[in-house]
Design a protein around this ligand. Sequence first.
Ligand SMILES: *[C@@H]1O[C@H](CO)[C@@H](O)[C@H](O)[C@H]1NC(C)=O
Ligand SMILES: *[C@@H]1O[C@H](CO)[C@@H](O)[C@H](O)[C@H]1NC(C)=O
Ligand SMILES: *[C@@H]1O[C@H](CO)[C@@H](O)[C@H](O)[C@H]1NC(C)=O
Ligand SMILES: *[C@@H]1O[C@H](CO)[C@@H](O)[C@H](O)[C@H]1NC(C)=O
Ligand SMILES: *[C@@H]1O[C@H](CO)[C@@H](O)[C@H](O)[C@H]1NC(C)=O
Ligand SMILES: *[C@@H]1O[C@H](CO)[C@@H](O)[C@H](O)[C@H]1NC(C)=O
Ligand SMILES: CC(=O)N[C@H]1CO[C@H](CO)[C@@H](O)[C@@H]1O
Length: 754
Amino acid sequence: MKVVVLSLLLCSLGGSVSGKVFQTLSHLKPQYNDTVQTSAVQDLLRRLIGDRAGDFVVTVDRSLAGSQGLDTYRLSSVAGGKVAVVGSSGVAAATGCYNYLKYYCGCHISWSGVQLRVPLPLPVVPSPVTVTTPNRFRYYQNVCTSSYSFVWWDWSRWEKEIDWMALNGINMPLSFTGQEVIWQKVFLSLGLTQPEIDEFFTGPAFLAWGRMGNIHTWGGPLSSNWMFKQYTLQLRIVERMRSLGMITVLPAFAGHIPSSLLRVFPKANVTRLGGWSNFNCTYSCSFVLHPEDPLFQRIGGLFLSELIKEFGTDHVYNADTFNEMTPTCSDPSYLSAVSNAIFKSMVNVDPGAIWMLQGWLFVNNPSFWRPAQIKALLHGTPIGRIIVLDLFAETIPVYQYTESFYGQPFIWCMLHNFGGNHGLFGKVESVNTGPFDALSFKNSTMIGTGLTPEGIEQNDMIYELMNEIGWRSKPLNLTKWISDYSDRRYGQKHPNAQAAWQLLLGSVYNCTVDWKDHNHSPLVRRPSLNMNTDICYNKNDLYAAWKLMHRAAPSLANSSTFLYDLVDVTREAVQLLVSEYYQEVRAAYWNEDLETLMTAGGLMIFDLLPELDGLLSSQPQFLLGRWLESAKKMASTKNEAILYDMNARNQITLWGPTGNILDYANKQLGGLVLDYYRERWSLFLWYLVESLNVGIPFQQHMFEKSVFSVEKGFIYNGKTYISTPTGDTITIARNIFIKYFPKRPKNYQNYHPR
Ligand SMILES: *[C@@H]1O[C@H](CO)[C@@H](O)[C@H](O)[C@H]1NC(C)=O
Ligand SMILES: *[C@@H]1O[C@H](CO)[C@@H](O)[C@H](O)[C@H]1NC(C)=O
Ligand SMILES: *[C@@H]1O[C@H](CO)[C@@H](O)[C@H](O)[C@H]1NC(C)=O
Ligand SMILES: *[C@@H]1O[C@H](CO)[C@@H](O)[C@H](O)[C@H]1NC(C)=O
Ligand SMILES: *[C@@H]1O[C@H](CO)[C@@H](O)[C@H](O)[C@H]1NC(C)=O
Ligand SMILES: *[C@@H]1O[C@H](CO)[C@@H](O)[C@H](O)[C@H]1NC(C)=O
Ligand SMILES: CC(=O)N[C@H]1CO[C@H](CO)[C@@H](O)[C@@H]1O
């Protein structure tokens, strides 16, 4: 049998074939045998393509991974018109299946939809193909994803996500679900009362920050119903992940404790942190137990033993003691001791423990974390026993100024998304070349690639690209790749769609400016007279892509992923239009031109924003009601339902009781645009008009006082929002296009003030 080894292409790189191999990590491997993994992949294929799964002969054979343990898959055509997929793990086999489905069958799988018309018979693989990853690990998740995206998920949504992970080659996912059950057990065993524990936990939508010690109490308490549901979910999650050959990453004790623990242990050596992100001490100012206090080992040990007893382990534990928190002392010997104590609390329970550390602290607070401090923290733990996530490597690659994390292994991660915002965005060039630069960096200790978005279910393309890069040995030809992407996503070669994607690739997805990742569009921000309208691309490219999508609409109307993209691109165009109208309103205000102010402002609030709301409401992924409905479904009592509704609404708007991190997790959803963003804009315009009428300058602080009641009013409005789409996307999108392209209507016949 002739085998074409694609990974031989690596020779063109001239360097070593893979990242450094750490013997200390050799025990991180699938814990289930090949038979179990094989049937897990077969089950996955059946969920995906039903009976056609029978046309695939799937086998897991770990010996395929070779001496360096690099995941590998092999595709070939076999008797009976079938295709054989052999993988070194369940994940490798699933990746092989998806690769075949993509590049031989023209299929596509994404958060926003699938295109799975599998040709009959299956296309032939002319000669066997073998693909090996250049790195041992493909990591997935940010500690915030559990709150911004997964918080209300049931098992069927989790199952889909784990399938997506396997198909995309992810073999090291964070597995944080259900940990509060364990914390509760530990705190009770240490002598805390149930009311003290209830007072400590945040609500479901804020657990990520409770776990990191940023906040406590807000949005809580957690009911026993919540605890039980999350616990049973986690049992299924880790079981499924492991059956596919994934290595789960579990939480460990990082030092954050409830204040009530000081009642039981008044002599505990703790530091009280300051308020986090505009929270005062009612909900913030956590206590951190000094890692050198013996109590640290006791709590860390109790937690990890309980956790392993319930959920098993794959030996990797995440702990971030100083995430967005400054240590009390910058002395390197102190930092080394802290690091060593944290590590010790893990090895005491699991001798094979590997500590996973998010490298965010180095990016977030570079003035504290200088080379000596970083090195001290990293060297407090033996080399090869920490895995550092270079969390935001597409923008600020930390490995470059830390001599590759001073010899500790690291994973190159694309963060991409903050707060689960909508907004077309990406850094394709950095994603396409960054991991290879990191691999060939002097004395590179890179061992993997990863995805660390705070929120998911947006910008499918950039995630598919990053996932593919994890299995490539050199950068892709992006021009070619994006055309193929368009073909697969819509299930046909469509010149206008391809051209639209080329434009998107070169504009919204080719941002190079740092720190522009967050959606700052005036549309989703509390209005003022000095809002930033900067964007990182040429808006005419986006408008041109909009036009091409509009032209493609009649012939792609039967593709659900196209409808999603039509909404998304139109949404982005409307977001730009809002900036244009805002600038007009502002200029008119300065010129005391009441008529222009009212015309531009009126169009925005009486036509453009309602149109956007209608457009979003026509697709399931853009419904506020769906988010709220999924929250309600987790509740078992009326009071719980009310609390979850508040959690769900507060997170995406005020984020805290008083707008502490206002609009950080903004979303563009049908229902939210009309009842939150539009109401706010409406009040702002009213203030401006009043100011011109009365001749008293606009005062931002007066506006903010009254807009806060609008914002709070939305959270407690008690309205039920539709959770199934309504209206015809194509028609609504066409109306918006005709009225607003290229920039604004020639006349105002569609303008009906209410
Ligand atoms: C694989 O593991 C399963 C479940 O743990 C067990 O039932 C089966 O006998 C094992 N198969 C082989 C070939 O070891
Ligand atoms: C608390 O821990 C710090 C840092 O390890 C140490 O300097 C201090 O002496 C400790 N205090 C007590 C009371 O043990
Ligand atoms: C990339 O692909 C495009 C489209 O197939 C092709 O025209 C172009 O020459 C390729 N570029 C390189 C550098 O190979
Ligand atoms: C992205 O922009 C850079 C210049 O800023 C350019 O060199 C590169 O070709 C662009 N990439 C794509 C995919 O358009
Ligand atoms: C959509 O319509 C095109 C022809 O316009 C056809 O080729 C394609 O199979 C259809 N797709 C689906 C999913 O029905
Ligand atoms: C903190 O803020 C809350 C509002 O979120 C307020 O009710 C409380 O009085 C404040 N507490 C302190 C200690 O300032
Ligand atoms: C610590 C270490 O491995 N250092 C090596 C880094 O790479 C240079 C060559 O580029 C070697 O000479 C060093 O030994």
